[in-house]
Design a protein around this ligand. Structure first.
Ligand SMILES: *Cc1c(COP(=O)(O)O)cnc(C)c1O
Length: 381
């Protein structure tokens, strides 16, 4: 961030996410897993890669997993295998309040992203508006399970069934989340995950996965992600090079053992915020639908004068974030889609109101209290 450095000592700062704390909490196990992988020199594929695919699939609820290079490729390759490579004329319905990886994947697969507005409380896709966006060119829906909360998947599936549309879930922020007790991928054609370091299940670099109940689909995505290979020198098709490294698989196998515990910790931290910020005027706490169980990838509050509060929090040594400051329909990258300011009033209102507070599994009660105190002071004066 540009501007004068905060007066807070570097050691007293509370970061938005603390990846070093995550490493230190299981350092021995992680180091041993990586050393073993180095000793085997299995950098591409190998034992950890195969084992992690099976373990992650079991954790997702049983089906099959294709491991790929990142979350954006997970979405792209799933869309291509489910819909076929598009020619730019088919439409895929999604939201503008998301990371650009969602729409890069849609365009990359040869489809046109069509945005719909969000529910201002959950900040997730408004299904009624998605219904209104369906036409004869609609081919798929990409619900984005943002901030750790799933989109109402029963309603998404009902909508998709009208025209036989595919449903590819963007679960990059929702490892372990549920809707009516069901995980990402339980209802949709595929759920796409990112293992970017800051995600709830994060690697030590880029990584991604597609979970699906359709084993043949997972096999085809794996093949496409690995040069269309049948075996070393036989290529069924021209694919891409998008593989999860052996070392990343070794790290992720260790971390998968703790993900449930970490998600529980995130929920507890969120409950502390709720308790400490209850009744505070001028701020809206995150809203979770009764059918949803959030894994709080982000703890997002809403308020007026967000930019002023954001700056005050930074000055107090609190690592806050904004997810997202500019919705995709207003990004220069998508000027060609023809959207303009005012097209999605709820998305645009939320963009100026959201502030993400620190949340990471190792966060202590006293740190949560400090963040809450800083927020109360920042809003009141
Ligand atoms: C992180 C993220 C992605 C993309 O994942 P990468 O691994 O960074 O390619 C896609 N969608 C959402 C909502 C994300 O948060």
């Amino acid at each position: 961030m540009i501007g004068r450095p905060s007066s807070v000592d570097e050691d007293d700062r509370i970061p938005l996410v603390d990846l070093r704390a995550s490493y230190h909490s299981h350092q021995k196990e992680l180091d041993a897993a990586v050393s073993a992988c180095l000793e085997r020199a299995s950098f591409i594929g190998g034992e950890d890669h195969t084992a992690f695919a099976g373990e992650f699939s079991d954790w997702c609820g049983g089906g099959a997993v294709a491991l790929v290079g990142n979350g954006t490729d997970a979405l792209t390759l799933a869309l291509i295998e489910v819909l076929g490579q598009g020619d730019g004329s088919g439409e895929v319905i999604t939201v503008s309040n998301t990371f650009i990886g969602t729409t890069e994947a849609i365009t990359g697969a040869g489809y046109r992203p069509v945005f719909v507005d969000i529910d201002p409380d959950t900040c997730l896709m408004n299904i009624d508006l998605a219904r209104a966006a369906v036409n004869e060119r609609s081919r798929a829906i990409v619900p984005v399970h943002l901030y750790g909360q799933m989109v109402p998947m029963d309603q998404v599936m009902d909508l998709a069934s009208i025209r036989g549309m595919a449903v590819i879930e963007d679960a990059a922020q929702a490892h372990g989340a549920t809707w009516q007790g069901k995980n990402p991928g339980a209802l949709g054609d595929a759920a796409c995950f990112s293992f970017y370091p800051g995600k709830n299940l994060g690697a030590w670099g880029d990584g991604g996965a597609v979970f699906t109940r359709d084993k043949d689909l997972a096999m085809r995505i794996s093949m496409r992600a690995n040069h269309g290979r049948l075996d070393k020198y036989h290529h069924a098709l021209e694919g891409v090079n998008s593989r999860l490294d052996g070392i990343q698989a070794a790290v992720l196998r260790v971390k998968l053992r703790y993900i449930d515990e970490w998600n529980r910790a995130r929920r507890e931290i969120s409950s502390w915020y709720k308790e400490l910020l209850a009744g505070l005027g001028g701020i809206q706490l995150p809203v979770t639908a009764t059918d949803a169980e959030s894994v709080y990838h982000l703890y997002v509050v809403q308020m007026e004068d967000r930019d002023i509060v954001c700056k005050k929090m930074h000055d107090k040594g609190i690592g806050v974030g904004i997810h997202y400051p500019i919705p995709l329909h207003l990004q220069p990258a998508y000027a060609g889609l023809g959207y303009r300011s005012g097209d999605f009033p709820q998305t645009e209102a939320v963009m100026s109101r959201v502030l993400s507070l620190p949340v990471f599994p190792e966060m202590r009660r006293d740190q949560v209290e400090r963040v809450a105190r800083a927020l109360i002071e920042s809003i009141e004066k």
